[in-house]
Design a protein around this ligand. Structure first.
Ligand code: MN
Length: 473
């Protein structure tokens, strides 16, 4: 069963004061074209941060409404959850009414999680057609992408005779139970604690573990989780919000009951490696890090197959670059093929991507004022891209931004790299270090400065609890 996984649309976002609405309209249109080609029989997943703000602008709501209407017209199931930027109540609005249109929105978390069971009609057809050696089976519209992605079955149908062996083998050794899709909106520990006061919930990992434990997952089905969290080991970008410095991460081991975890939150497309919890499987634990992710400059045509035990855990990433730290990202749409459930319970999950091409790219240029304004250097380049220009001139150019905007109308950011700015290097480093420090670190430094001694462990625990309370309020 095929799903298209998207996340972090951030409709209505402004980047460096530039409204992204037209870029978003453009990319959503491109996504609709991809969906028409891919025909995902499972549906489309929007893994949170639909909007950029809890109270989105009228224009943002209008654009999303238009997109949803188009998705419904394609007769696709749509799975939507609230991210940390969304208001869970506003995303939940009308969800029981929308169910009938195949648009599934996450309700506000009340200790329960919405589950949608998708029967696998396509795989059943594939199998029965192959068994009967249906001569017309090949005429079933199969896109080239799905041939490449969906392993033996689709290819077999077209190929005819030499296919029978692998199809009958897999038919004997596997079944096609439905795919259950769980819609778990962004949660903080307090959101879960409220409904399960008897459980120990201190961290985001605890919160997710408890929420998942109460989902009543059917292990005979294939299981897909849609959620929005920061999984340990994944790599960040500048356009994401860090809530409480470093303590909002979730251990990948909590996702053990699933076959695919469709994540939102981090803006670079990436896969996070699953590792079982230490207490569950001590033999598997060695010196390897808790989780590792693929490079953030993931190539656009990458295809990864599940060869390890445990779920495929993946961030689809944003459809557009939302900060210059993402200038080298390859934004894409994730194509997920949930394969058959084999006799040993393992489900084959196949990942592909479809590259997205923005209306305006976001890129960094660097050089002297003379170099950047030399016609030969910019002619033929997309000068209307969103540009971060770094001037290397030692003497600053008066009105440089205004002059550069004549050539680069969407100049977003201008700075200098010269002896003067390098002299400020140490200052900047201090600021950067400050940003990396968690609020608790900062507080303990303040405490030490004022009291000339370190906080006791009890004091640190008290302060941490107070901070959590404030942030979760
Ligand atoms: Mn986001």
């Amino acid at each position: 069963m095929k799903f298209i996984h998207l996340a972090d649309l951030h409709i209505g976002k402004r980047v460096n004061a530039f409204p992204m609405l037209e870029d978003q309209r453009y990319i959503l249109k491109q996504i609709l074209t991809i969906l028409r080609e891919e025909q995902p029989d499972g549906g489309v997943i929007l893994a949170g941060d639909i909007y950029d703000k809890a109270i989105p602008s009228a224009e943002a709501v209008e654009l999303f409404d238009e997109f949803l209407t188009q998705l419904a017209a394609l007769r696709l199931r749509v799975f939507i959850i609230a991210g940390n930027h969304d208001s869970p109540e506003r995303i939940a609005f009308g969800n029981r009414l929308m169910d009938r249109s195949g648009i599934y929105l996450s309700p506000v978390y009340d200790g329960h999680v919405k589950r949608i069971t998708c029967p696998d009609t396509a795989s059943a057809v594939t199998l029965s057609a192959a068994n009967a050696v249906d001569p017309n089976a090949g005429t079933r519209p199969v896109t080239s992408a799905s041939v490449a992605l969906s392993a033996a079955n689709a290819v077999d149908l077209n190929a005819g005779t030499h296919s029978v062996e692998s199809v009958s083998t897999s038919a004997a050794a596997s079944t096609c139970p439905p795919v259950d899709v769980y819609l778990l909106p962004f949660l903080k520990p307090a959101n879960v604690r409220r409904f399960y006061p008897e459980e120990t919930i201190e961290s985001y990992t605890d919160a997710m573990r408890v929420a998942i434990a109460h989902m009543d997952i059917d292990p005979t089905h294939r299981n897909l989780l849609v959620t929005h969290q920061f999984v340990t080991g994944a790599s960040r970008s500048d356009s994401e919000d860090i809530s409480i410095g470093g303590s909002d991460n979730v251990d990948a081991s909590v996702f053990a009951p699933f076959d695919y975890v469709a994540l939102g939150h981090l803006h670079g497309p990436q896969q996070v490696r699953f590792q079982p919890a230490p207490e569950e499987d001590a033999s598997d634990q060695d010196a390897t890090p808790a989780a590792s992710s693929t490079d953030r400059s993931e190539s656009p045509a990458s295809t990864v197959e599940n060869t390890t035990v445990g779920p495929i855990i993946r961030y689809a990433g944003t459809p557009l670059k939302y900060s210059f730290s993402e200038a080298r990202h390859h934004k894409s749409v994730t194509v997920v093929e949930i394969g058959e459930k084999k006799a040993d319970g393992v489900v084959d999950v196949c990942i592909g991507t479809r590259e997205l091409r923005p209306l305006h790219d976001m890129r960094e240029i660097r050089g002297s004022y003379e170099e950047l304004t030399l016609r030969a250097n910019y002619e033929g380049t997309a000068t209307d891209d969103y540009i971060h220009a770094t001037l290397t001139d030692e003497i600053e150019i008066p009105d440089a931004a205004r002059h550069l905007q004549v050539i680069y109308p969407n100049l977003m950011k201008l700075d200098y790299d010269n002896a003067r700015t390098r002299g400020q290097g140490s200052e900047r480093l201090e600021l950067e270090q400050l940003e990396e420090k968690s609020p608790l670190d900062l507080f303990s430094e303040l405490f030490e400065k004022q009291n000339h001694k370190d906080m006791t462990e009890e004091q640190a625990r008290y302060i941490e609890a107070q901070m959590e309370k404030i942030w979760e309020a």
